[in-house]
Design a protein around this ligand. Sequence first.
Ligand SMILES: N[C@@H](CCC(=O)N[C@@H](CS)C(=O)NCC(=O)O)C(=O)O
Length: 310
Amino acid sequence: MSDIIFHHYPISPFSEKIRLIFGFKQLKWKSVMIPSILPKPDVTALTGGYRRTPVMQIGADIYCDTALIADVLEKLAPTPSLYPAPVAGLSRTLAQWADTTLFWTAIAYTFQPSAISGILGDVTPEQMKAFSADRAAMRANAPRMSLPEATGQLKEYLRRLEDMLVGGSSFLLGEQASIADFSVYHALWFARRVPAVAGILDAYPNLLAWMDGIAAFGHHQFDKMGSEQALEIARSATPANAAEYAFVDTHGIALGERVSVMPTDYALDPVVGELAICSDNQIAVQRSDERAGVVLVHFPRVGFQMKRAD
Ligand SMILES: N[C@@H](CCC(=O)N[C@@H](CS)C(=O)NCC(=O)O)C(=O)O
C-alpha cells in the first residue's frame, strides 16, 4: 500500500482527532507540516482550493474532512473498529454533533482574551493579528457565540458527557472505543492544553480520566516528509479506480461533468473538477494541477455541497 501522508499542524484539533486514530489503529504515517493560515500553496495544489486542516493523501488521492478520513482509515485497518456494532450509527451521529456544535462551543470558550497567547504559543503581535484576520475571513458570516453563552453551554455539554461515563464505562458509548470518542476528545483537548481555560474541566473527574485514556492511544509511528516530496508522490501516482463506487444520483449531474464542491458552513472555497465519484457517502472530483498532476479529491457527502460548474 502507498504511504498515508498526513498534512496537518500541531495545534489543529481536527488533526489531533486523526493522529489519535493512527495510534488507535496502529497505522504508520508520514507527517507533512502545513501553515495554519493562508496562503497554503502546497496544500491547495493538492486539493484545488480546499484549505481546511487536516488533509490526507494516499498517492494521487486526496481526502478532505476528518469524517471521510476516518472512513478511509477504517477500510485500510478494519480492527479495532471506529464504528463497533451495535453503536455504529449512534457513534457517527454523536461524532457529527461533537465536530460541529461541541467544537464551536469549545472554540468560542477557549479563544477568550486571557487565553490567546496560550493557544498560539510564542507568536509575535503581527502573527497574532494575521491569525485573527485569517479566521475572521474564513468564518465570514458563520454565527458567533459570546463568551458567556459559550461558557454556560460548554458546562452543560461537559455535564452530559460526564453523565455518559458515570458507572465507570471506559468509553462514551460503552466498553469499546468509537469515532465518537475521538470527535469529542479533540474539541476538549484544545481547551485542556491552554492553562488559562483548562480549569473548566476540573469539575468532571470521569471526563478527565476518559481523556487520559484516549490520549494514551498516542500517535503511533510517523516520519517527517516535506510538502515538495508529497507533491512529487502525487504527480507520479495514479488515482484510485473511481469505477468501483456505485453511482448514486441526487443532483441530476452525470459522472464526468464539471462540478464545484465546497463545505456548507465555513471556508467556502470551491474545488472544481470532473465528477468522478458520486456514491452514497462521498463525492470526488478529478482535477489536473501543474504541480500535483492528475489527482482525485474526495469529500464526504455530509457537510459539503456540489453544483454544476459554469
Ligand atoms: N469538518 C472539518 C473541519 C476541519 C477544520 O475546521 N479544521 C480547522 C483546524 S482544526 C481549520 O481548517 N482551520 C483553518 C485552517 O487550518 O486553515 C473536518 O472534519 O476536517
